[in-house]
Design a protein around this ligand. Structure first.
Ligand code: ZN
Ligand code: CU
Length: 504
């Protein structure tokens, strides 16, 4: 093997190499030394190495990148992140949907809601991201972590009344804190336009912040204002923030929610294509399921009929995922509980929100399979789980199954994507979009974030009723050269690093 003189740390041989670029796979060997890939041979070779792994013709690909995670706090409190690395994920982006881990005083409330009784370690600073990322380097999780700056948290920190419009002074504070967050290592900023207080922003505010970001680099990721009947208006708004602000756009969890909106993804994809044809860098991410998940309080108005936008959600489609105050409700729909309690579904929802506030998570069965496949087929879609770990309850199974589900169900079984293309959507494509240097491809010089899986058996096993199940078919996972999954089991190693954004 042409690997220079010193001996390899690791030789992975007899592999079907899927390099992440979308190029056809080939059989070969990969040599690793000092956390980088140092040799790739299109043949099975013998070489001097401290450790040799014969993978018996299984696929060797770059580690998967989850661009849409909500595990800002899980990486602190459950740093082994088994539910994620056991899927083959080696890097993830947190800080999505306007929510974020910094600054500390604003993030603490949300952290308490997700991990009750866990004390968020202190991090300081004006924006707080530098301390957060430094904390992760000093107390590393098992995978690499990058973060967006959450627009909702920026608002909380910069505004006296974040549920309204910023004054001129507050808008300039918002700009300053975003610039600071980017200088501290955030890879962009995220909005959550259905959540308080991000939803109070006008398009002009989002553009003003994007303009600020355009001077330093970083992308705008958005949980849009409406993913139902007003989906197209929402996509148009996201595109406008990108074009007027001069920044790349990432549409989070692209979907059409609610029966009346099914099929609209054909038009939203067309809007993305048109924006790209005009030079805009607009892409999206998706989780491969026909149900979503969020906190119950965010959809309360859709159940009670009191939402400003006139959106409706059926009580039978809304299932309690996690409710620490009364776990016996987990797995039941609002309609089920209404029958049990013999009161109206809207009152059920009100009562549970009153008791549980931000702690109640729901699964929303509101999408159709055709749309999921249409979005997944489209070349502008990458993969993001949108998963969030909670210490108890029945989380959405995407937390455990997203990546194997794309490779098993959608690539192999339904042939929606080739294996090579499916891997590209979870490796080089997201690495390029989120500016993760030297990750997401198997090439000489890249970081040794690698996964070995069996393309014949890879499958998600997590279900709605039994979601905490590891997938099948993931054999080995390496993060920065260190083995975190060996023969399908977590090794306990925590070699993750912070991934810092464009301003360095
Ligand atoms: Zn979201
Ligand atoms: Cu999200």
């Amino acid at each position: 093997m042409k690997n220079g003189s010193p001996r390899l740390d690791l030789l992975i041989r007899n592999a079907r190499i899927v390099d992440g670029t979308g190029a056809p796979s080939f059989t070969g060997s990969v040599g690793v030394r000092g956390d980088r890939i140092v040799a790739i041979e299109p043949s099975d070779v013998e070489a001097e190495a401290t450790a040799t792994l014969d993978v018996d013709g299984r696929v060797l690909s770059p580690g998967f990148i989850d661009v849409h995670s909500h595990d800002d706090f899980a990486v602190v409190f459950e740093p082994e992140m088994g539910f994620k690395v056991e899927q083959g994920v080696t890097s993830e982006i947190v800080g999505n949907c306007g929510i974020g881990a910094a600054p500390h005083e604003c993030a603490r409330g949300f952290s308490n809601a997700i991990f009750p009784g866990h004390q968020l370690p202190p991090w300081n600073g004006f924006a707080g991201y530098l301390d957060y990322l430094d904390y992760l380097d000093e107390n590393p999780p098992s995978l690499n972590v990058g973060t967006l700056a959450g627009h909702g948290v920026l608002r909380q920190a910069a505004m006296e009344n974040p549920r309204g419009a910023p004054s001129a002074g507050e808008l300039s504070r918002l700009r300053d804190s975003l610039r600071c967050a980017l200088e501290e290592g955030a890879v962009g900023y995220s909005s959550g336009l259905i959540y308080d207080p991000s939803r109070w922003a006008t398009t002009e505010e989002l553009v003003a912040l994007a303009r600020e970001m355009s001077r330093t680099g970083g992308l705008y990721a958005t949980h849009m204002r409406d993913e139902s009947r007003l989906l197209l208006d929402s996509v148009a708004e996201a595109i406008r923030v990108g074009s007027e602000g001069g920044v790349p756009v990432q549409i989070s969890h692209h979907k059409a929610s609610g029966r009346a909106s099914w099929g609209l993804v054909h038009d939203s994809l067309r809007l993305i294509e048109e924006a790209r044809a005009q030079g805009g860098d607009v892409t999206a991410d998706q989780y491969p399921y026909t149900a979503g998940s969020t906190i119950l309080s965010a959809v309360l108005g859709w159940l009670t009929g009191e939402s400003d936008e006139g959106l409706r959600m059926e009580p039978c489609d809304v299932v309690i995922a996690s409710n620490p105050d009364d776990p016996s409700l987990e797995g039941l729909s609002i309609a089920d509980i209404a029958r049990q309690w013999e009161i109206a579904p809207a009152d059920v929802a009100r009562r549970i929100v009153e008791q549980g506030q931000l702690r109640v998570w729901v699964v929303l069965h509101t999408m159709c399979e055709d749309d999921v496949q249409t979005v997944l087929r489209h070349p502008t879609t990458m993969i993001g789980s949108d998963g969030i770990q909670t210490p108890a309850g029945k989380p959405h199974p995407r937390l455990y199954g997203t990546f194997p589900r794309v490779l098993g169900r959608y690539a192999r079984d339904l042939a929606i994507l080739s294996l090579e293309e499916a891997v590209r959507r979870m490796t080089s494509f997201p690495a390029e979009k989120f500016g993760l240097r030297d990750r997401g491809t198997i090439r000489v010089g890249a970081h040794a974030d690698l996964v070995v899986f069996d393309p014949e058996t890879i499958a998600d096993t997590a279900t709605w009723t039994d979601p905490r199940r590891a997938p099948e078919g993931i054999r080995h996972v390496f993060v920065n050269e260190t083995s975190v999954v060996r023969d399908g089991a977590h090794t306990g190693a925590r070699p993750g690093r912070s991934l810092r954004g464009p301003v360095r």
